[in-house]
Design a protein around this ligand. Structure first.
Ligand code: NDP
Length: 444
């Protein structure tokens, strides 16, 4: 048994009930093999793989709150502080009924390598709750956020752990969380990112993940002697990442033909009408059926189906494991040339393998969607400096970071003879830096 196989077998035995975490661990461990082989003795002696697959700590707590009927409700809250070898723990908070420890462990583990790839001084973490924000009133959201922060504040701080948004956590939720933190601690400080512009937020943070995804898409296509202009793009999701991926793709001359939510998807053969999409999803917070009602060229279909559409580029931007083997087969059959993950781990391991084997360029989330956390890092810098940079300044820095990530993937692929295997390149590149810092800091 190799060192990697041994470590994975132990994880599987210990955490058999955490499938998402095991999936993420397997993907990373398998792909860093060339790097581990080169440094086997040092890594083994220092138990590097055992340490990096174990979080620094897992905090879990009760979140009681009162709904609009005056009834008490109880949810579980979590913060997983994975690694702070590169900087304060950094990663989003997710509010979704599917949230559990396995999902947050997979996200915290992945976040550590993603943050390393950005080149900014940020460790990795993730948190959230099984609270479902759908259909809740503003007051209920505030009550939940205040109760959640009443426990979480004990474990976070601008030099310790700086949470951000994720699924179900946007500007409104960050505002309520920040207000409660400030009330308890009494300090006005950069403890959260994704804040409103009036109280320390950064321009471009809202757009960052989607824009960053398109910046790296441009670089990828350039490296393979083509461009985004005129390409047909299929996007899944209709949240923050999907909307701004759509905006930048259209600005760069592509045609986006789809968006989706957990009920169904829109196919719009004339290209998604961004203003209408924003009105439906961001302003009115309605379902996608409303988009179809107002747009004669759009068709709404119940259930999954985005990746069955004919497209040149697919950008899964909704949630984990949404693109499965059947989708991968359709994409290949329809001539898709590139898949870049806007969401975290949206592609199953089987589908990823199939796409790579069929020469579809594939960039994993930890590189492709790193623009969000990178801009959060820029928000932290602005807060420390007590400055606000202009939209153009932040956007230029974001673009630089995404271009650099792609250059580093290419350099790592070259160093280890990986060809266009950007999954292995991203994992190795993120891992090498974390590993070097761990070795420098001793056994801790
Ligand atoms: P949002 O909550 O803004 O949007 C999520 C979208 O995905 C919604 O359209 C939602 O539909 C859909 N969705 C959620 N769960 C499911 C599901 N189980 N099946 C089908 N569709 C689903 O989240 P974000 O756009 O912020 O995040 C999307 C993904 O991107 C996540 O994986 C997140 O971790 C990742 N990400 C986000 C970053 C950010 O800056 N926001 C940064 C890096 C990664 P519905 O409304 O029906 O729930």
């Amino acid at each position: 048994m190799t060192y990697i196989e041994e470590v994975y077998a132990n994880l599987k035995q210990k955490y058999w009930y955490e499938p998402e975490f095991l999936q993420a661990a397997k993907e990373v461990l398998d792909s860093i093999a060339p790097c581990v082989e080169r440094n086997l003795e040092v890594y083994k002696n220092n138990k590097i793989l055992e340490r990096i697959t174990t979080p620094d700590r897992i905090i879990s707590f009760r979140v009681p709150w009162v709904n609009d009927k005056g009834e008490v409700e109880v949810n579980m809250g979590y913060r997983i502080q994975w690694s702070n070898v590169l900087g304060p723990y950094k990663g989003g908070l997710r509010l979704h009924p599917s949230v559990n420890q396995s999902i947050l462990k997979f996200l915290g583990f992945e976040q550590t390598f993603k943050n390393s790839l950005t080149g900014l001084p940020m460790g990795g973490g993730k948190g959230g709750s099984d609270f479902d924000p759908k259909g809740k009133s503003d007051r209920e959201i505030m009550a939940f956020c205040q109760s959640f922060m009443t426990e979480l504040y004990k474990y976070i701080g601008p030099n310790k752990d700086v949470p951000a948004g994720d699924i179900g956590v946007g500007a409104r939720e960050i505002g309520y969380l920040y207000g409660q933190y400030k009330k308890i601690v009494g300090n006005f400080e950069g403890v959260l990112t994704g804040k409103g512009l009036t109280y320390g937020g950064s321009l471009v943070r809202t757009e960052a993940t989607g824009y960053g995804l398109l910046y790296i898409t441009e670089e990828l296509l350039k490296a393979h002697n083509t461009s985004i202009k005129g390409k047909v793009v299929a996007i899944s999701g209709a949240g923050n990442v999907a909307i701004y991926a759509c905006e930048k793709a259209e600005a760069l001359g592509a045609k986006v033909i789809s968006v989706s939510d957990s009920n169904g998807y829109i196919y719009d053969e004339d290209g998604i009408d961004l203003a209408l999409l924003k009105e439906v999803k961001e302003v009115k917070r309605l379902r996608l059926t409303e988009y179809a009602k107002k747009r004669p060229t759009a068709k709404y279909y119940e259930g999954k189906g985005v990746f069955k559409l004919k497209c040149d580029i697919a950008l899964p931007c909704a949630t984990q494991n949404e693109l499965d083997i059947e989708d991968a087969k359709s994409l290949v059959a329809n001539g898709c040339i590139a898949v870049l993950e806007g969401a975290n781990m949206p592609t199953t391991l089987e589908a990823t393998k199939y796409l790579q084997e069929h020469n579809v360029l594939f960039v994993p989330g930890k590189a492709a969607n790193a623009g969000g956390v990178a801009t959060s890092g820029l928000e932290m810098s602005q807060n420390s400096l007590r400055l606000s940079w202009s939209f153009a300044e932040v956007d230029a820095k974001l673009k630089d970071i995404m271009v650099n990530i792609f250059k580093n993937l290419e350099a790592t692929a070259k160093k280890y003879n990986l060809g266009s295997d950007y999954v292995a390149a991203a994992n190795i590149c993120g891992f090498e830096k974390v590993c070097e810092a761990m070795l420098s800091q001793g056994v801790c």
